[in-house]
Design a protein around this ligand. Structure first.
Ligand code: MAN
Length: 355
């Protein structure tokens, strides 16, 4: 299958974004949600920042302080290697083996474009951590346009765990939080962009503790807030590209063949690739087909190398005619884009061609 990566890739890198305050540095600009708004393509970027690290023996971590409604920098003493920082995304206390902090704090910022390729980043954050469930940051937004509003599902991280939360906007200036919709541990929540038989649908990704693994579930709701009828939708496949963990990626796309979902999955080596799953239009709990091979896997240097390498991760696509444009985060560092033919994707799934 032909995958045309944009020649302009990476579209946005940390160099294109100034930190929200001067004593911070931007580590990553990635995993953006996508919306079409007033003739523009908007990327709702996940921006990961941390305080500039001045002394190797100290680790400075950012935390949203709910009580004081301010960002606090906590300094951890690491003179004797008390903390394990081998995974650059987190800080683990060696004595307990327990996760202590994220190494950066993520928030959401908008980038706007007339051609979908060249983006200008807003000077201010769009959504910054604000609640007790967001003290370690907010990540990986997905945007579903429904009934004159845009619904943003995002990951909220705090000492309480990793939750999925919901917010809504009409103008991409003001935003209203609607709270946590899936308790820990859950992430990768995407809303279907329309009601099916009178109910809202969402894909979600719980992380079971002892038995089971990180796989994709589906639920429905009368109001986007109360979710039930949880059903397991799609699981990992041993010894394949999606053998270890997986989650929904983009907002599902209505096609004549069914709901097309571009999802991400990692293998045993932690290599994240993208594949597709097709669900029945009237009963999305019915899986019709699934990619044998990835649609897109990390191959180019900007996908393989970075803050956390070997990762391609999508939170949104745009369909123009037969062209499926996938926006995706690369190596937890930057944003990229690629185009595929929708009819080729569907025929790779062994389904009927769309006209
Ligand atoms: C997490 C995801 C993303 C991230 C990948 C790779 O599980 O939720 O935030 O891009 O891992 O680090």
């Amino acid at each position: 299958m032909g995958v045309d990566r944009f020649l302009e890739n990476p579209l946005l890198t940390p160099r294109d974004v100034s930190p929200h305050r001067r004593d911070f540095e931007v580590l990553g600009v990635f995993n953006a949600g996508v919306a079409l708004y007033q003739g523009e393509t908007l990327l709702l970027l996940r921006v990961a920042e941390r305080p500039a690290q001045q002394d190797q023996r100290l680790i400075r971590v950012p935390i949203w302080d709910v009580a004081h409604e301010a960002l606090r920098v906590e300094t951890l003493h690491n003179e004797y290697g008390e903390y394990d920082v081998s995974d650059p995304r987190s800080v683990v206390t060696k004595a307990t083996g327990r996760f202590a902090y994220l190494s950066s704090l993520s928030y959401l910022r908008i980038a706007r474009s007339h051609d979908g390729v060249h983006f200008t980043v807003d000077s201010e954050p769009f959504m910054f951590p604000a609640t007790a469930y967001e003290t370690f940051g907010i990540e990986d937004p997905r945007i579903a346009e429904m009934e004159d509003a845009y619904y943003i599902t995002y990951t909220s991280v705090s000492p309480f765990g990793v939750c999925a939360s919901l917010a809504t906007t009409r103008d991409f200036q003001s935003v209203q939080r609607l709270g946590v919709i899936f308790p820990p541990e859950n992430k990768d929540v995407v809303l279907f962009p329309e009601k099916i038989d009178g109910r809202y649908f969402a894909l979600h990704r719980p992380v079971p503790g002892d038995i089971g693994g990180p796989e994709i579930w589906i639920a429905d709701s009368p109001d986007l807030i109360h979710w039930g009828n949880h059903t397991h939708l799609l699981g990992v496949r041993p010894e394949r590209w999606d053998s270890r963990r997986m989650g929904a990626g983009a907002v599902p796309l209505r096609t004549e063949a069914g709901w097309l979902e571009v999802y991400h999955a990692a293998d045993e080596q932690g290599r994240y690739a993208l594949g597709a799953v097709l669900m029945d239009l009237t009963d999305p709990r019915r899986v019709l087909a699934r990619s044998s091979n990835p649609l897109l896997a990390p191959e180019l240097p900007y996908e393989v190398e970075g803050f956390y390498g070997n990762v391609v991760f999508t939170c949104g696509t745009v369909l123009v005619g037969d062209t499926l444009r996938i926006y995706y985060g690369v190596a937890d560092s930057a944003m990229a884009g690629a185009e595929l033919s929708l009819s080729e994707v569907l025929s790779s799934l062994g389904t009927v061609q769309v006209r």
